[in-house]
Design a protein around this ligand. Structure first.
Ligand SMILES: N[C@@H](CCC(=O)N[C@@H](CS)C(=O)NCC(=O)O)C(=O)O
Length: 215
């Protein structure tokens, strides 16, 4: 049995996957790819992912790309009843917040991260950044409201539903920016931050990305 992950460990989409792997306690090997590591344009990599993006996994011949699809694959294959809720209704709750993160929260939060943190100060579009900052707060307030009633996104335990948004929060809370108090979100973030797998894979310094627009 061998499971390989291609990607930069500083990439948010890669971190969702490596966090999941460590939560499940699966052994995995890492192939650096993307950013300064290159590799994404090579024919070998394109046979794994025709889109030339990371993360990609190869689990004993099962090749999967797209972070959300990888999370669902890993949780279904190796974490039935834990990260992959057994009850379809509960699983749908986790699923819907994963899709919401990919289509609503992430474009705003990571749009702001790119427009503000990764863009040199003199090149920032401050009006656009203000819009993205406000849209991120509006999205996070929805998550805060959900977490007022439950400790994790799909109920009492950590599931795959927590992984995408939880990964993004480290960037949000580490940037030197104004943030409104969202107490339930902050309590959830503290719960995630107490997990060794989150500390190991998500709480990685990212200062090398400041003012750097290149991958
Ligand atoms: N929707 C894709 C996005 C994949 C993506 O854009 N990956 C970025 C890293 S976060 C990438 O491969 N960028 C090129 C690079 O790192 O060189 C996913 O969730 O996996």
């Amino acid at each position: 049995m061998s499971l390989t992950v291609w990607g930069r460990l500083s990439s948010i989409n890669v971190q969702k996957v490596t966090w999941a792997l460590d939560e499940i306690a699966l052994a995995w090997s890492h192939r650096p790819a993307g950013g300064d590591f290159g590799l994404l344009e090579t024919p070998e990599f394109r046979t794994l992912n025709p889109h030339g993006k990371v993360p990609v996994i190869d689990d004993d011949g099962a090749v999967v790309w797209e972070s959300g699809a990888i999370l669902r694959y890993l949780c279904a294959a190796y974490s039935e009843g834990v990260l992959w809720p057994a009850a379809p209704g509960r699983r749908a709750e986790a699923d819907q917040w994963m899709d919401w993160c990919q289509t609503s929260l992430q474009p705003h939060l990571m749009g702001f991260f790119w427009g503000w943190y990764r863009t040199p100060a003199e090149r920032r579009d401050e009006a656009r950044n203000a819009q993205l900052h406000a849209a991120t707060i509006e999205a996070l307030a929805r998550l805060d409201a959900l977490l007022a009633a439950r400790p994790y996104v799909a109920g009492d335990i950590l599931t795959m539903g927590d992984l995408p948004a939880g990964t993004l929060l480290y960037r949000w809370y580490e940037m030197d920016i104004p943030r409104p108090a969202l107490p339930h979100l902050e309590a959830w973030y503290a719960r995630l931050g107490a997990r060794p797998a989150y500390q190991a894979q998500v709480m990685r310094p990212f200062d090398e990305l400041k003012g750097r627009l290149a991958f």
